[in-house]
Structures are given as structure tokens and as C-alpha cells.
Design a protein. Sequence first.
Length: 503
Amino acid sequence: MIPTRPAIGALSGVLLVVALPKPDLYFVGWLALVPLFLVLDGHGNWKQTFLVGYAAGVAFFGGTCYWIVSTMYTYGGLSLPLAVAVFGLFVAVFAVHTSLFLLLMRRYLGRWGDRGLWLAAPSWVAVELVQAHTIFGGFPWMLAGYALAPFGGLLQMAAWTGVYGLSFVLVSVNALFALGIRTRDWRPGAAGLAVVVLAVLLPSPADPAPGEEDGSLRVRIVQTNIPIDYPWGGIEEEQLLDELSVLALGGGGNPELVVWPETPGPFLLSRDAPFAVRMSALARRLDAHVLVGYIDFRGEMPTNSAGLVSPAGEQVSRYDKIHLVPFGEYVPFGDVLFFAESLVRNVGDFAPGTEHTISTVGEHRIAATICYEDVFPALMRQFTRRGAEAIVNITNDGWFGSTSAPYQHLRMAEVRAVENRRYVIRAANTGISAIIDPYGNVVSGTRLGERTLLDGVARYRSDLTPYVRFGDIFAFAAAFVAVAFLLVAWRSAGGDSMKGSVR
């Protein structure tokens, strides 16, 4: 094996990182995997192939999720060495996905030569599907397709295929460029370039400005900007809540829905009478529904919840977060990973919700999701299938500080809006709060780290996209193709998969 092959694999990982937010040099995505495909050896030793893929995975997952270290160290109660060690474990586990992809490609190229690159896109999607549904309940954070979201016209295919369709296109173009170089044939590269030009030229649609006559929803987002380590209790807490109440009452217009974010505060609606009274008074004063993040309980176990308070001041619905954050809201395999228990002591040990709650605002229906639930396409579509005409996401991205993570999280919310063809109303404690239209455009938004209001208008929709109706059928079809060709390649090669000479 050429000594530089793992380094070249790592280069592809780095290029894919820079194509995503931030720095969001998204044009780099069209070429990010080309180095990896150029050093792919269909007859090399499988261990060496694994190493090249692993180097790419370490670079990619380390580069996109570097913020985990500061989150666990600053707010999770871990020492810096232990935070780095836990992050290293995360990267070590998830980097295996890239190795799995490269091992599949090795088998295809070993059987069909360079033509095996035609199977790169379905194989990549198959591995992303595994990543989204397995370890720790799945972690589909910053899949490759998010690099293509800035191409607004191309982005609309997500309404049919989900984000996996965007990943399919990105990997296909990379494979075409690599195939052209490997075979010294200009035609694959020309085909890849044609796709890029088409993506650039496709018009980016936008939703018309909502009006009173077409099912509009006047929204007010309260970006509270509460520090994660705020000293709760006593006079400081009362002063803060007074300030936030005054802020929520400011602004122009008459909002129909006021949204407070998920916050680091121990707010309760069912057991904390002063806070409940405050939210009730706010709803009556504004004559609006108020959606607020708070802590509730199921038995003795706390839940991360969102409550909707009616204009009459009564709580009319409750949603308990279904998909909890591993190592933040619970510790998976707690008997084994006992060292991470301090994370839960500093954040919480929550019970997961079980109901995809749909709430009513006037004559329309909305859904509230919490924190990083909006990175899971399969979960979000369930709310739309159950009748949500607009989606609210409340989150506390203060854990991320000023890293790339808040921008990454916003990008994923944009794609969810397209998949569901719904307005997404995003209230983030420290930012970035935003109103996103059903075509993935940020209609209005805030900056990071400011306490502010965001007034805007959304529109209700009731149509169902193919993605909402049929889910990840495209991704599963791609996985079926990858597995089917793997079996053909395996059988035709007589199962000799663990051998091979070193070029």
C-alpha cells in the first residue's frame, strides 16, 4: 500500500468537512471524495482498505463534531482529558462507517473494476442509513447531502427522497469525476460537470409572502440568550424572568403564537406555580398561544417537555421529547460507561416521550419538537403525517457556544422544512432562531448570542410530500441495490474477500 493512502483518505474527510457549515465552502463537496476514490484498490488487502476509510472517517467525524469536547468539558462536568477521551471514543466508533463504505467499494471494484464506482452512491446512502438508525439510537448529524442544500433548486428533491437523495447526487458526481480520471475517459467527468451546472442553474423556489387570507400564522420568537451556567434561584432568577417577560411583550403587531426556546433553566409548569402563573399571564396579556420549554415528570422521572398555553391562560397540550440526547439526557450502556454519569448529573437523566403530540392553534394544528430531534428525518415526518400544518422546534444551542454546531443545526432544519413542505419555526436559546419556509429558505433569523425578539409570519400547509407519505423508501432502495450487488460480487468471487495482494 502506498504510505500516503491513509493521508489521502483523511484529505477527503477534511474536504467534506469544509463543504459543510462552517466554513460552508459547499462547492468543495462536488470534489471532496475524489481523492478517496482515486486511491481505492479493488484488489488490495482488506485491512489496508479499512485503514484508508477509517482515516477519512476520523477526519470527517472529528472535524464536524469537534464541539463535543468543549460541550462536555465546559458544561458536562468532565475534566478536559476525560472529555477528549469520550470524544475520541465517539470518533473511533463512528469512523467505522466510512471504513464499511470503502470495504463495499473494494468488493465492487475487485469484481467489476473501475465500473464498480457506479455503485458508490447507493453504497454511501446505505451506510448513512445505518448511521441514522443504529448506534445510540442513530446519529444522522451532517450527512454528506447537507453540503448541497445551498443549491436551492436541487434541494427540492428532498421532498421526494429526503436528505439521502442529496447525498446520492453528491457521491455520484464525485464518483463520475474519479471514474473519468481513473479511466482517462472524458465522458464521466463531463456527465458529472453537467450535474453541477444543472444544480447551479436550477431556480430556487420561495414561498409567497403569507397573507391574512391564506392560512397565515403570526409568530413571535423570544430568543432568551440565557447562559448555560446561569445561577438559578433567588433574586437573580426573578429579575431574569421579569426581563424576559418584558421582552416577550415588546415588538410590533399582534402575534398568534409566541415561542420560547428550550432553556437551561429548571422551569416547571405543573409543579412551579410562580412560573405557571407568569406564562398564563403572558398568554392572556398578548391574547396569544404561548409555547414554552419546561421540565415535567412521568412518575418520578423528569421529562424534557414543551407546553402550549392558550390565550385564556390554560395549558392545553404537552409534548415530551421522544429522542433524547445520549450522554446529555441519558447515559447509554450506563453499567459500562459509568465514567460518563457526571454528564447526566450536570444535565439530567430524563424519561423519553412516547406520543407524537399535535397541538391546536385556532383552527390549525402544529407540532413541537425539542432540541436535536429535527436532525432525524424519519421522526420529523411522523408529526406531519399526523396532521401538523406547521412545525416548531425549540432548542438550546447554548451548549455549542460559538462553534460550527449552531450553523450545522440550522442547515438540518432547512432540509426538514423541504422534506415536510412545512414552515419550520425555530426558537433557539442563544440562536440561531429562524422562520424557515417550506422550500428551505430562511425568511428571517437572528444572530448568535443576543437577547432579542423575532416577529414574522408563517403559513399553514396540509399537503403531504412523497417523503412524508412513503418515508425513506429511496434510501432503502439504494441500500437494497448495494447489498444485492455485494452478494453478486461475493458469489462470483467465491467468497475470497479477506485476501488480496498489495499494489
